[in-house]
Ligand binder design. Sequence first.
Ligand code: URA
Length: 241
Amino acid sequence: MERLQKVIAQAGIASRRKAEQLIVEGKVKVNGEVVTELGTKVSNSDKIEVEGIPVEREEKVYFLLYKPRGVISSVRDDKGRKTVIDFFPHVDKRIYPIGRLDYDTSGLLLLTNDGEFANLLMHPRYKIEKTYIAKLKGIPPRPALKQLEKGVELEDGMTAPAKVKFLSGDRKKNTAIVEITIHEGRNRQVRRMFEKIGYPVLKLRRERFAFLTLQGLNAGEFRELSPHEVKQLRELALRGE
Ligand code: URA
């Protein structure tokens, strides 16, 4: 048995607080009866409706995909390009990516059908660290990287301090490999940050999401998260509250 507001939140319909509001406002039915009591518990066989729409209740699944380049991070694509969902033909649950990686970015991407978990990890307030390896055009000197550590002004505002590590430079090819860790998730943020300091990104890969890495996976492969990993991620996010 689980609390009604939790089941509604897990289905991705609303945050837990909003779900409570929907219940109090009389917009939720259990087995055809309006329920306004917040403590109500429901079982798997109870039929729940929110504003007349049945709540789908699937078993929750959690995957870690090594997204290759040239794949779109959404459930479907108008232009018929390959999407991250195409890697899961055998999964009959309605999974979707937690956040996104650019079409040209490879690396670690989580997918789930647990809406509450996805919202928790995506919310900027929870400050989950993500580490990227960037191949840059040019070899940035230390002061340029220091700027990223402090924060740079982008068109949507200052970036939060980042952790930056210079890994290697190739004088002949005039390229460098730099590791950067950020906890924000703005659109094309890493690319825009390096662009801003004058060293455009040629290639980008997400290596780490919180404590999760790509270890053991090749591009295009995935694994399920263990229940322990899911629990740890939840705790990590909530600790930042
Ligand atoms: N930053 C980017 O620029 N691209 C991504 O895909 C992720 C972070």
